[in-house]
Every structure is written in C-alpha cells, then in structure tokens.
Design a protein around this ligand. Structure first.
Ligand code: HDD
Length: 713
C-alpha cells in the first residue's frame, strides 16, 4: 500500500512496482500455496505435550522461510537508506550529449537513490566518520543509468587493484573484529601512510564532510571523469555534481559520537521523516565539461580519480534538479535489493580510461552474484528497467520470466532473426571509438604522482573553524592508533601537506614531527619498479584556494526542516511561545515540545499542548536549536531536572542557536553557559523572534567554538 503522502502514482517506475505490492489489509492468512491457515501459533504434535510431527508442513514452511531471510550484506556500503523521486532537466545540453534525460526538458525521469556509509555493517550507526555513498538509479526510456557516486569529489585510490587493500585496512581488524564503522585504528593508518594516493580523500574524511547533518544536506559527486557523446559522435569530458538545495551542513564530532548513542538511525529517520512530512529533499544537478583538446591543460590528470577539477578552474553548470518524494514500501525489497552498477549507461554517456572506473565496471556485476544470488538480479522489481528487455540470455536461479519461442541464439532464422539488432538510428548504444596506441603494461602513469597538492588546496580553502575540526579529527584518529611509528609516518606526511596542520596535530599527540622517515613513503608500487619514480612529487600551488571546497560558502538562507526543541513544563508562557512557534513553522522548521513528562502539558492560558518527547527519552544533539519560553512554574520544573540544564549547555557547546524568554534565563544561569551576552546566536528576550530564525539559518555560531570547548558536557 502506498504511504499517506504518496498515494498517487508518480512515475512509470512506481506504476511498475505497484504491480508487485502485496497488501494484507482484509486478507486471509495463507501458505505460500494459497492454502487458508487457521492456526499460526502452534505446531502439530503427538498429543498436547508430545513431540512435534515431521508431517507439520505449516511449521516447515514458516521456519524454512525465516531461516533464509538474510542475504549477505554489501561488502562495502552495507548501511544505507533510500528513496524514490524524479529528475527534471532545466535546459537541453544536446551540444554535449544525446542522452534523452539531458536533452528532453519535458521528461520527468524516475529515480531511486540510496545513501550509505562505507565501512560499517548493516546495523552500524549513521554518524560514523566516513564517506557517504550517493547512488542514483535513473530509469530511462533508453535503459537504466546508474550514477554510483559519493559525497566527496575524489576517491582514496587510483587503481581498482588497490580496492580490496583499502577496504581490508579500514574494516574492523580481522583478528578481533574491532572497531566497527571507524577508521581510527592502526591498520587503516598503516595503509594510508604507505599508499599516499589516499591522502586527498583522507583529508576530506577528516573534515566536516564526513559527519553530515543530514543526507539532505550533502553534495554528491560522480567522481570519475566520464564522457558525454553528442549526436555527431563528438566527445567531451564531464564530471557530475549534486548540489543540495538546503546547503551543505554538518554536525560536530562531539555531537556525532552522542547521536550514535541517542539515535543510531539519525540519518535514516531524518530522510524518512522529511519525505513523510512532504518536505521533499532536493538537489540541483551540475556538470563540469572539458573539451577533448583541453585534456592535458591541467596540472593533474583527468583520469586520476584522486583529483577534482577546482570549480574556480571549470565552473559547474547547473542543468537540472532531483526531488525525492516517496519512501520505499519495503526496506528489504527495495533498499536492500537494489543493485547499482557503474556499467549501466545509456547512449550519450560513456566511460574514460580512469583505472578505478574500469575496475568498478567488473566489480559491481560480480558482487551481485553473491549478494543477490543470481545473474537474474535485474528481474527483481526495484532493479527492473522501465522498458522491455529481450535477448538470448536464459535460465539461472530464480528466473521469473517466461521467454517464448524455439530459439535462444543469434543469428537465427527460425524466429526471423529476433530479437533483432538495433540500428544506431534506432538509438543503439555503441562505445566511443577512442584512438589508443599503447603498450600493454602493469604500472601507474607518472601523471598520477602528485599526492600532496590537492589535499593542501583543500585545507587552505577551509574556514578557520573547519580547519580546527580537521586538526581535531587527525588528532583523534591518530590518538586511537597504538603504534607510534605509524603516527610518526603520518605526521611526516601531513607535514608535506601543510606544516601548520602537522604542528597542531603533533602537539595534540604530544609528539614531534620526524625529520625523515626510513622507508619510501609510497609503497603501492611494483616489486621491480624504480622506487624514486613513484614517490609523490613535492606539492604545487596552482590555485590559492577554491571557495566550493568550504562549507563556509554554502547556502544559509533557510531553516526549512530544522528541528527546534522547546523546553517547557506546565504553566509555560503562551505569549512567549506563540510568536516563536508561528514564525518557525511559517519558515518550515519543526517545533517539538520537550517536557519533564510525556503526554500533554498546559500553558499559562490553560491550553493543552502535545509533548513531542519526555526529557528522559531525548537528547539535545537530536535538535538544531533550542527555545525556552518563560513562566515561573514551567521554569521551576525545568530547573528541578538537571537534564534540561545539560540539554541547553550541550546545545551551546555545539554552537547552536538558543533563545530564552523572561524567567527562562534562570536555566542559562543554572547551566555551564557563562558570558553569553555578546553571543550572536544566543538571545535573551530577543526583540524579534526573527533574530533567532536568522541565527538558525546560519546553521551554527562557530565564533563560539573556543569558549564552548570548555563546557564539560
Ligand atoms: Fe564502490 C558499492 C561508490 C569504488 C566495489 N560503491 C558502492 C556503493 C557506492 C559506491 C555508493 C553503494 C551502492 C548501493 O547503495 O548499493 N565505489 C563508489 C565510488 C567509488 C567506488 C564513488 C570510486 C569513485 N567500489 C569502488 C571500487 C570497487 C568498488 C574501486 C572495486 C574494485 N562498491 C564496490 C562493490 C559494491 C560497492 C563491492 C558493494 C555493494 C555493491 O557494490 O553493489 O562492488
């Protein structure tokens, strides 16, 4: 059954899926054979206290099904959440590509999008410090296109051959399966400090990008350089971008750690709730296009997936928008069984020789065989294209189609050559005819040897508060490593990226930056390779900074979907509360009353108000801002329970907007918040609630960071 906000069918894909829905409403319980069942509580026994009979087919069917409910979780990106939606094109870009979804502005292309963390298991917490997967399945008239990207514009490694090493180093250590969903351990830094191509993606993971406030507030990137092919067969290089309409925002590390305890489904719940509330997540889609003849004009190689093209060099052209407007009906059937393959493309889009992309083209098909169990995984409803498919592939586990006819080969005459080949004029796909004149060689291009310049560019581009977060993250992660020589290597490497960063991290670790390291820094090379040739070159500064890399330049114009905690008890002042509630709701924020108990409370005008959560069931880290109305009786009740003072102290520590009215100032005085008069996001009896709204829209008051760090909660 469709859920309440999404009763109408919105796309051809949803129409197709609905033919598979099963709704138990008003239905009789049956076996899988349709036999009506009148007892699903007791097994068949020889007497009331006797042994169970082998004959009990009802028991066998129920237990067998249960015993086999689980399938292997994804080897990476096991933890994820997904939603349906659609993509709309603002303007045709037919000069670059002939792909229907990028040329037909009348189309509303159905999409299914899955967000994920990388390292953790299926049940791991959402706020792990990690890359986030951002995988989009476009159901096109020309076949399905999967853009399987991340929320960071680069990847850790340059060649698919290194993927198992990377993942084995970051996953829990194999002897004791510790730690879960965390990179802060020796094996990861042992690897990073010896495979220096990882450094760029690694510094992004040390930044706030790795702890997003919401899936709805992260960017997405296709990462690799792809090709666009137009009607004339001309190719352009292209990188793909998703820009969230709500801007890019993150939580602090202290919050992340606490959110994982308070609500480990924080991102999953946030995505679900926003869609159910009709506050549909949106991203604009952008492209960076580079002409073929400009391929070699950059200081880095376009085929190297550890490099981004700075937006200052090639601006992102916004061409469309994606909206997610419908939650899945069933997590397993859709979110778990969806299979994304970078090899799923449509005419107008093609691959490049990026060696990471090339390896991915094999891996994703292969992994579905162990995860979904059969080459027929494309027949699972969520994976099924919206257009008919015909070929001579046959049989296999869980075949659900019934191919008709005598032939399953080509060419044939018995079925008139059908299914017949498509002509280019009918929209057939053909690979771009790239000219290649090369030796077959197992090696790495020297143009991939710059491992320091872009991490340095990233760090230089961050605001001071973002840089502090990066320092803290390195210090935390390395602080969790047990082997000093691994930390020393890392300090030496970080020093090659940025000396001030290395000095701060060294101070936090209580260590010195070594003058040199013994073994070559990059060891991800062949045994007979010339070692010097493959060491990272000294960093270059081809661009001072790039605004797009910093969250300080994102959007700060809306409080839509932000959660505001209103701390209140019986007798709270309605005249304080009402103007705040009105403006917050008008601006699209969610106002939630947190009270000493559940149920309802009464304001000083004797009206009942629904309590969203009793204080014992919630935490300040689950909210974006706090408002406390006055009213002596109410504030006295809040003062009696120390958790309210903790709540507000913690919100202050995390640099959130806070507003209090009248007697509620006592709660501030009773908390760890001192010297708050000059704080630009803390308001005592604000003249206009609008000031509070504006401070919330800025996401956080980072100027408070240093003062807030002394707060002991
Ligand atoms: Fe991957 C899943 C993203 C490199 C092998 N990857 C997976 C998912 C995302 C990415 C978002 C989850 C898809 C879903 O929600 O089902 N992976 C990336 C990006 C990469 C990347 C952006 C580099 C630019 N991946 C990569 C390499 C390999 C893999 C180099 C192997 C050589 N990735 C896999 C996989 C997964 C996967 C093992 C696990 C589950 C799946 O494919 O379907 O095959």
């Amino acid at each position: 059954m469709a859920n309440k906000t999404n009763e109408e069918s919105t796309s051809k894909k949803i129409d197709q899926l609905s033919s598979h829905y099963k709704d138990p409403k008003d239905k009789t319980l049956t076996t899988n054979q349709g036999l009506k069942v009148n007892d699903t509580n007791n097994s068949l026994k020889s007497g009331e206290r006797g042994a169970t009979l082998l004959e009990d087919f009802l028991l066998r069917e129920k237990i067998t099904s249960f015993d086999h409910e689980r399938i292997p979780e994804r080897i990476v990106h096991a933890r994820g959440s997904a939603a349906h939606g659609y993509f709309e094109l603002y303007k045709s870009i037919e000069n670059y590509t002939k792909a229907g979804l990028f040329t037909d502005t009348k189309r509303k292309t159905p999409v299914f999008v899955r967000f994920s963390t990388v390292a953790g298991s299926k049940g791991s917490p959402d706020l792990a410090r990690d890359v986030r997967g951002f995988a989009v399945k476009f159901y096109n008239e020309e076949g399905t296109w999967d853009l399987v990207g991340n929320n960071m514009p680069i990847f850790f490694i340059q060649d698919a051959m290194k993927f198992p090493d990377l993942i084995h180093s970051v996953k829990p250590e194999p002897h004791r399966e510790i730690p879960q969903a965390a990179s802060a351990h020796d094996t990861f830094y042992d690897f990073v400090s010896r495979a220096t191509e990882t450094l760029h993606n690694h510094i992004w993971v040390m930044s706030d990008r790795a702890i997003p406030r919401s899936y709805r507030m992260m960017e997405g990137f296709g990462i690799h350089t792809f090709r666009f092919i137009n009607k004339e067969g001309k190719s352009h290089f292209v990188k793909f971008h998703w820009k969230p309409v709500l801007g890019v925002h993150s939580v602090t590390w202290d919050e992340a750690v606490k959110i994982n305890g308070a609500d480990s489904d924080f991102h999953r719940r946030d995505l679900w709730d926003a869609i159910e509330a009709g506050q549909y997540p949106e991203w604009e889609f952008g492209i960076q296009v580079v002409a073929e003849e400009d391929e070699h004009k950059f200081d880095f190689d376009l085929l190297d997936p550890t490099k981004l093209i700075p937006e200052e060099m090639v601006p992102v052209e916004i061409i469309g928008k994606m909206t997610l407007n419908r939650n899945p009906e069933n997590f397993f059937a859709e979110t778990e069984q969806v299979a994304f393959l970078p090899g799923h493309i449509v005419p107008g889009i093609d691959f490049t020789n990026d060696p990471l992309l090339q390896g991915r083209l094999f891996s994703y098909r292969d992994t579905q065989l162990s995860r979904l169990g059969s080459p027929n995984f494309h027949q699972i409803p969520i994976n099924k294209p919206i257009v008919p498919t015909h070929n001579n592939q046959r049989d296999g586990h869980m075949q659900t189609e019934i191919p008709k006819g005598q032939t399953a080969y080509f060419p044939n005459s018995l079925t008139m050559g059908c299914p017949h080949l498509a002509k280019m004029a009918d929209g057939a796909f053909t690979s771009y005819e790239e000219r290649i004149d090369a030796r077959k060689i197992r090696s790495r291009s020297e143009s991939f040897s710059d491992h320091y310049s872009q991490p340095a560019l990233f760090y230089r581009s961050l605001a001071p508060w973002e840089q502090e977060h990066v320092v803290d993250a390195y210090t935390f992660e390395l602080g969790k490593c047990e082997h000093s020589y691994i930390k020393e290597r890392m300090l030496w490497i970080i020093n090659n990226i940025d000396t001030s960063l290395a000095n701060k991290v060294a101070k936090g670790l209580g260590m010195e930056i070594p003058d040199s390291i013994e073994e070559p820094v990059n060891q991800a090379i062949g045994a007979d390779a010339e070692v010097e040739k493959f060491q990272p070159i000294p960093k270059k500064e081809y661009l001072k900074s790039d605004k797009a890399l910093s969250q300080a330049h994102t959007k700060f114009n809306s409080i839509a979907t932000r959660k505001v905690a209103v701390l209140a008890g019986d007798g709270f002042s309605m005249s304080d509360f009402k103007p705040y509630k009105d403006i917050l709701e008008k601006e699209g924020a969610m106002v939630k009353i947190i009270a000493p108990h559940g149920g309802t409370i009464k304001c000083d005008e004797n009206m009942e108000h629904k309590v969203a959560a009793a204080i014992m069931t919630t935490e300040s880290v689950l909210f974006d801002a706090v408002f406390v109305p006055g009213g002596k009786k109410s504030v006295d009740a809040l003062l009696k329970n120390g958790k309210f003072s903790k709540f507000i102290s913690e919100a202050f520590k995390h640099c959130k907007a806070i507003a209090v009215c009248n007697e509620a100032e006592d709660l501030l005085k009773n908390s760890y918040i001192k010297d708050y008069n000059d704080d630009k996001a803390l308001f005592v009896n604000a003249k206009q609630p609008q000031e509070f709204v504006d401070a919330m829209a800025k996401h956080r008051n980072w100027d408070r960071m240093e003062k807030a760090s002394s707060i002991p909660v």
